[in-house]
Ligand binder design. Structure first.
Ligand SMILES: [Zn+2]
Length: 488
């Protein structure tokens, strides 16, 4: 499955960067110091550095889903779980990997990856949340430390690249991952330590189920999903769920997590309509053939039990076949029943934009922002639409407003700022914004080059100049660290 719309429908191609995946940062950069039960040598600062390098490596090796609605949904669910976990202050980042294999994984520094295959295989939100809560617990319980310590024996970029390749399930198949240069012994050692022990698994289940219950999500989601995985393994053949390789599921373990869930009782019914809508979105926008996906959703919608997700999927399928009028009609029917639902509103605005009604689109985004002040998904769409509508000045204001929020400091928002500033801002701003985007993609030399260019512009205020210089120093330090590692 590849996300066709990334090139056309939803993402405006902005600065010419190589690839465009980015994660949404959940919280700030301040990593709390954990009590370190294992006597590990990995400090929070080292773990953070390893995490940042890991994420750059993931971006280089895997295709991430950067659709704001999908990314926003997973981060929203993840933040809700983290807030009710045993380490609510830990800075987690959730991202979606465009991969049909059923998998989720926890990397260093609180980076949690969820495959599209997992979202599509889960029957409801509590099952997806169950796996995410389990991964969150691996991080908060420091289960990855042993692997970090093995990684500590090698250079940081190599270690990060290797952990990424192993967790993404592409180790050995990707020479770019630096695996070829690695000693097989070191690789095997990390691989082994990324496979959690039975006691780690049990602890992650126990704490994860507690997190689910505290979040008001049905704690049965976790055992139910494990059961589904176990039952389905014989159906998968070569597509054996990767999740089971690092998190073996046994009958004992299912029984134990089931009785744990029983001790909390079923959670109160939560509205997981967004889950159904996101799944429909993944299917409709991720399918290779627009006519096929239209056929698929038309058949689903004709069934007597068709609900909002099926209608939403049909609307998106019609949109992918450029039938804007029919798509708008489907969506309007959904909006009439549920007028405040964010994803309906952003989709409708997008339709208006694509069918040549930019004013109507902007109005809908503005109204939606009044309903959800400071919302990053809507804000990102709105900024992009302003640029498309030729309102670069307003787009620049909007981007700058968003960037005051730490969570908005993603490569995508920086790219929008760069694009808007290139038309409506002082010349140096485009360089600064592009530099920040390159930095997030791990292209440190390009990032430094952009900031150097920014400093050459005349008319910089002392304040801006000092800020850029300080940032340049950080970028150079990061590059120096990397080069030192490379020479080792
Ligand atoms: Zn596990």
């Amino acid at each position: 499955m590849r996300f066709r719309w990334l090139n056309s429908a939803l993402c405006v191609a902005l600065v010419a960067l190589q690839t465009a995946p980015v994660q949404g940062e959940v919280t700030g950069n301040d990593l709390p110091d954990f009590g370190d039960s294992s006597g590990a040598l990995v400090s929070p600062a080292q773990e953070r550095e390893l995490g940042a390098e890991f994420m750059r490596s993931v971006r280089a090796q895997a295709k991430l889903v950067t659709d704001p609605d999908v990314e926003g949904y997973v981060n929203q669910l993840g933040s809700r779980l983290v807030a009710n976990s045993d380490a609510p202050g830990y800075p987690f980042t959730f991202f979606v990997v465009d991969n049909p294999a059923i998998n989720a994984f926890a990397g260093p520094g609180g980076y949690i990856g969820v495959h599209t295959g997992l979202i599509l295989a889960a029957a409801n939100e509590s099952e997806l949340a169950g796996v995410m809560a389990h991964e969150i617990a691996h991080v908060t319980q420091r289960h990855l430390l042993r692997a970090y310590e093995s990684a500590n024996q090698m250079s940081l970029p190599t270690a990060a690249g290797m952990i990424a390749a192993i967790l993404l399930g592409i180790a050995g198949s990707n020479p770019e991952a630096g695996i070829a240069a690695m000693s097989a012994v070191q690789g095997a050692s990390i691989q082994q330590q990324l496979n959690f022990t039975r006691s780690n698994e049990r602890e992650a289940d126990r704490i994860g189920i507690q997190t689910l219950a505290h979040s008001g999500i049905d704690p049965y989601g976790m055992p139910n999903f494990f059961e589904r995985l176990q039952q389905s393994t014989r159906l998968y053949g070569n597509n054996f769920p990767e999740f089971l390789l690092t998190h073996p599921v046994t009958t004992d373990r299912i029984a134990e997590s089931m009785s744990r869930a029983e001790s909390y009782g079923h959670g109160k019914e939560v509205d997981s309509l967004d889950f159904g809508l996101i799944r429909a979105r993944l299917r409709a926008l991720g399918a290779d053939s627009p006519p096929e996906v239209l056929k698929y959703f038309k058949a689903l919608e004709a069934k007597p039990d068709a609900g909002a997700p099926e209608h939403y999927g049909l609307a998106l399928a019609l949109w992918r076949n450029s039938d804007y009028a029919a798509a708008a009609k489907e969506l309007q029917a959904l909006l009439d029943k549920d007028p405040d639902r964010k994803i309906y509103r952003t989709t409708m605005a997008r339709l208006a934009l694509d069918s040549g009604q930019p004013e109507q689109a902007l109005k809908l985004y503005e109204d939606t922002l009044k309903l959800y002040p400071g919302d990053l998904i809507v804000g990102q769409y709105y900024t992009s639409a302003l640029i498309q509508a030729g309102k670069a000045g307003q787009a620049r204001e909007q981007a700058l407003k968003m960037l005051r929020d730490k969570r908005a400091r993603t490569a995508e928002i920086y790219e929008l700022w760069a694009k808007a500033a290139s038309v409506a801002g002082p010349a140096w701003e485009t360089n600064v914004a592009s530099g920040e985007a390159y930095y997030l993609y791990g292209n440190l030399r390009f990032a430094i080059d952009q900031l150097n260019k920014a400093l050459q512009h005349k008319g910089l205020s002392d304040y801006d100049q000092a800020r850029i210089e300080a940032r340049l120093k950080e970028f150079r330090q990061a590059l120096k660290n990397r080069e030192q590692h490379e020479q080792q």
